[in-house]
Design a protein around this ligand. Sequence first.
Ligand code: NDP
Ligand code: OXD
Length: 321
Amino acid sequence: MTKGALALLIHGGTDNWSPERWKARFEQVCGDRRVVLLPAAGCDPSEVHYAAVWKPVPGELAAFPNLKVIFNLGAGVDALMADKSLPEVPLVRVAVDDLTRRMMEYVVLHVLMHHRQELYLRDSQRARRWAPKYQWPASAISVGIMGLGTLGTHAARILKQIGFGVTGWSRSRKEIEGIACFAGGAQLEAFLRRTDILVCLLPLTADTRGILNHGLFAKLNRTSPLGAPVLINAGRGGLQNEADILACLDDGTLGAASLDVFTQEPLPADSRFWNHPKVVLTPHNAADTDADAISRYVADQIARFETGGKLENVVDRRRGY
Ligand code: NDP
Ligand code: OXD
């Protein structure tokens, strides 16, 4: 019997998202299953049983009448949740060690950068100024992680090992050794009050949109060795109010920000973020999805699903993540 085809719908990414490269990788791991790159390749929509997607155009997935599973090629599914015509089949997201470690690298890099006063030190170097400031230990800094899921929990554990005080905030309560865990709206303020470096690894949902705003920044610890609290956002741009971030950087409510994600991507050329002295900016590449690791992850899940096994990391559509 011919196997149902796997359709690849990949749009709007950086060079890591070259559709041809992903197709070649999927062909290596999919055996005799047909892999079709859409919309370029012609194919009968009824032959498509699986779709692996990155930022599909709303409505695109509704074209396949025999679709059984949708695989999002990243961890965040906000682009798919916005598609009102998304077929009612299981939607699987990425949760694999490779991605988790990449995000941990980004978080550790940026937490250390602010903790070790790198913005000041690079500025000193450019100015040929030999003026070291007191360097406090990691244990003097409390890193608060919003989102204690796959990515947040791993980053929290590693930051703890480095020696930071680490707290976390999530929707449901967690028990993680050595990490003070807060949950829900009722405990958000207590979490913020003790946070010097705020790391956001939340998904973008109706509940979290715009959560990183002036009111929230004003509740962060005002007596930190850093002078003023720092924001690191690698979740989604829609989580942040960008006018509030700029205003808070300018008036000292925030001391600095590392931003990987923006409400509009690519970031427009005239954005103030590009050359703001207190901003460290990266082009949504905190944790790239690796074509080798993820194509294997999808192929393994399909093989398991076709032999009656359970799919892993299925999105709960009511929660939106
Ligand atoms: P998970 O689904 O594993 O974790 C999400 C966490 O957020 C959970 O702890 C969840 O709480 C918490 N959460 C969700 N809604 C709320 C809320 N309303 N209030 C409080 N906490 C909430 O996601 P991942 O860790 O895998 O990924 C997180 C996000 O990181 C992705 O959605 C994506 O947007 C972003 N990302 C960005 C990348 C980049 O390169 N910049 C790369 C990969 C991911 P609970 O545990 O109670 O459910
Ligand atoms: C993801 C991303 O969600 O890369 O995986 O942003």
